[in-house]
Ligand binder design. Structure first.
Ligand code: PMP
Length: 385
């Protein structure tokens, strides 16, 4: 029987293991500096990689969208919730990633659930990197397909699993940039395995789109891959684009199938059209202002070189996600608290979000940071370590 005493005991047990999660209340916009409890902090744990979440043009577009469309979309896309702004954004996103069509979802979590559950059934198989984002792993569960997890970036392991799997339809799904490690999936090798075995490859490029690749077209651009190699591309809009929502891009038949079959698309209220309007502007900024990606790369290089001098154990990452691997969960939590006392916000990421023994501080950079912020961060890390 479920009762509150039992819930309380399990919460206490969680606290004793340093796994208790709590929220911090921001008193203003997201940005390189945020205010919590009246104190300003330098923020190194946001996914607003390009500094667009509070960009004046994006804010203006959002307000314009509210003036034109009101606040709530009022219905699901297939009823009367699909507004002109959604439609235009879908066309513009498809153009951006060079695919015939794109379909908006309310969140990246729902996009992943939608794809797997629309395309797969009990007889099918889905292969996932062990450290894929939780939404891809949950998507597999919801689809009912057989989930086989391969070792992180383990192409040989994947190859064995795919070869020995008799399922008719096979989907290989991976993060493009791994959310807690910042490294890139070995997409060319994954595409080759997919091609050899008639499997489909799906890339969730939540942390890559807008942010990496010469023109911000993400991890596929970084590797020079297109729709032939990666038929299913998922992007999210709440990170590099600074707004909210997500999309899937691919062939028309894929998108129509999602419209007909993806329950997380069909049975939910459409995003507010004003969010789509704001995203249309942020998409323009992503394309027009390449200096944001260049600045970000310079900040990342500055941090990595300073961290090497301090002897910090970082992951193999060239992206704005720079994990400082601490190992012990309690120590990671203590370091995060000490940094907060010094005015720096960096979350401790603990199991089960990351494997046991790999607790870390997930440091993220934004084009809205300055070189002086990175110097300050390195100085404070040197002091608290
Ligand atoms: N995929 C990945 C790789 C992510 O990191 C996240 C968000 N943390 C999501 C999907 C979910 O996206 P959203 O926040 O839009 O639900």
């Amino acid at each position: 029987m479920i009762d509150t005493v039992k819930l309380q005991q399990s919460l206490e047990a969680r606290r004793a293991r340093h796994l208790y999660r709590s929220r911090q209340v921001l008193e203003g916009p997201q940005g390189p500096r945020v205010v919590i409890d009246g104190r300003e902090y330098l923020n190194f744990c946001s996914n607003d990689y390009l500094g667009l979440a509070n960009h004046p043009e994006v804010v203006q577009a959002f307000k314009r969208g509210v003036d034109e469309f009101g606040v709530g979309s009022g219905a699901a896309h297939l009823v009367t919730g699909h507004a002109r702004s959604h439609h235009q954004l879908e066309e513009e996103l498809a153009g951006f990633v060079g695919r015939p069509r794109a379909l908006l979802f309310s969140t990246g979590y729902m996009a992943n659930l939608g794809v797997a559950s629309a395309l797969l059934g009990r007889k099918d198989a889905i292969f996932e990197d062990r450290i894929n984002h939780a939404s891809l792993l949950d998507a597999a569960q919801l689809s009912g397909a057989r989930l086989q997890r391969y070792r992180h970036a383990g192409i040989e392991h994947l190859q064995q699993l795919v070869e020995n799997n008799p399922s008719p339809d096979k989907l290989i799904a991976t993060d493009g940039v791994f959310s807690m490690d910042g490294d890139l999936a070995p997409l060319p090798a994954l595409a080759q395995v997919a091609r050899q075995h008639g499997a489909w490859l799906m890339v969730d490029d939540a942390h890559g789109l807008g942010v990496i690749g010469a023109t911000g077209r993400g991890s596929l651009e970084q590797f020079g891959l297109g729709m032939a190699e990666v038929p299913i591309l998922v992007g999210t809009l709440g990170k590099g684009f600074g707004t909210f929502g997500a999309f899937v891009a691919g062939e028309a038949a894929l998108i129509e199938t999602l419209i007909q079959e993806a329950r997380s698309y069909i049975y939910t209220t459409a995003l507010p059209p004003a969010v789509a309007e704001a995203t249309r502007t942020s998409l323009q900024l992503v394309q027009r202002e390449s200096w944001r990606r260049e600045k970000l790369q310079a900040l990342i290089a500055q941090f990595r070189s300073g961290a090497a001098q301090l002897g910090l154990q970082l992951g193999e990452s060239s992206t704005p996600i720079q994990p400082w691997i601490v190992g012990d969960t309690e120590q990671a939590v203590q370091l995060s608290e000490k940094l907060k006392q010094q005015g720096i916000l960096i979350s401790a990421i603990r199991p089960p979000t990351v494997p046991q023994g790999t607790a870390r501080l997930r440091i993220t950079f934004s084009a809205a940071h300055e070189a002086a912020d990175v110097d300050h961060l390195l100085g404070v890390i040197a002091g608290v370590r």
